[in-house]
Design a protein around this ligand. Structure first.
Ligand SMILES: Nc1ncnc2c1ncn2[C@@H]1O[C@H](COP(=O)(O)OP(=O)(O)OP(=O)(O)O)[C@@H](O)[C@H]1O
Ligand SMILES: [Mg+2]
Length: 251
């Protein structure tokens, strides 16, 4: 299998991108699949699970402004098969300053030089700006975490438009793996309400992720859901999501 590069994207805030990126990457690494988790969000939430962004000497910002190679900024993690490319707030400056025609392709060029990874998971910011475009231009696949709520669905048309433009203009091979319903509350009846609407825009993973306190607690403990609460419902759900996704990739 050649490298699978997955952009975890949704321009709406708080949909579960970072939670999904972290637990997808950890889950793959725990299956002994060499994985790189790339934090493309200046908020640096993913990075904060592994280190303090303020203490970083080098970050993805240096790669984006041409001061470092991606290989030089990678951090080891407690998980032997997982490395992280950290972000910090300064990454936001890239979006403001950059106006070259190469700007959407920094990430694609950076990962083209890497050979050691089966999976590259890219967490992206809550916008359809240049950083999300970089993730989608570099990706072979996209996963779209979404809450089962009206306002979440309202943004789907814009996201679908962006993904289609990227496919048409710069990354024709980009495949949509699907929308992953996250933070599902016990009483929400998906089949009648949300699923028919979301599936107008994207295929939807059969597995979804339920709402549970273990997720927020795992972030505070700076751990994956599997390490923080291995017996939690969400740990099982994220594992089953990964199994479903791997099946889809083989198909
Ligand atoms: N399954 C879940 N159960 C309970 N809380 C969750 C779950 N998934 C995510 N959350 C919580 O919801 C909030 C948003 O999640 P997360 O940070 O993953 O979203 P995001 O899309 O990355 O947000 P942003 O757009 O700001 O980057 C966080 O406080 C997180 O702990
Ligand atoms: Mg996030």
């Amino acid at each position: 299998m050649s490298t699978v590069a997955i952009a975890v994207a949704n321009q709406k805030g708080g949909e579960g991108k970072t939670t999904t990126a972290i637990n997808l990457a950890y889950g793959l690494a725990k299956r002994k699949l060499p994985t790189l988790l790339v934090d493309m969000d200046p908020q640096a939430n993913t990075t904060g699970i592994f280190t303090h962004p303020d203490q970083l000497e080098k970050s993805l910002y240096d790669v984006f402004v041409g001061r470092a190679q991606l290989q030089e900024i990678l951090l080891s993690t407690p998980e032997p098969f997982l490395k992280v490319a950290p972000a910090k707030l300064s990454l936001a400056e890239f979006e403001a300053l950059q106006n070259s025609v190469d700007a959407p392709f920094v990430m694609r060029d950076a990962i083209a030089k890497l050979k050691d990874y089966k999976f590259i998971i890219m967490d992206s910011p809550p916008s359809l700006g240049l950083l999300t475009i970089n993730a989608l231009a570099a990706a072979t696949h996209v996963v779209i975490p979404t809450q089962p709520e009206k306002f979440s669905i309202d943004g789907m048309k814009a996201l679908q438009g962006t993904i289609n433009s990227i496919k048409n203009r710069i990354n024709p091979n980009l495949q949509i793996l699907g929308a992953l319903i996250t933070q599902l509350k016990p009483k929400t009846v998906l089949t009648k309400t949300i699923l028919p609407v979301v599936s107008q825009f994207f295929p939807v993973f059969e597995q979804n992720i339920s709402d549970g306190v273990a997720v927020g607690e795992s972030h505070l403990a700076r751990k994956s859901i599997y390490d923080y609460a291995p017996d939690s419902k969400q740990a099982r759900e994220y594992q089953d999501f990964i199994t479903e996704m791997l099946g889809e990739l083989k198909a």
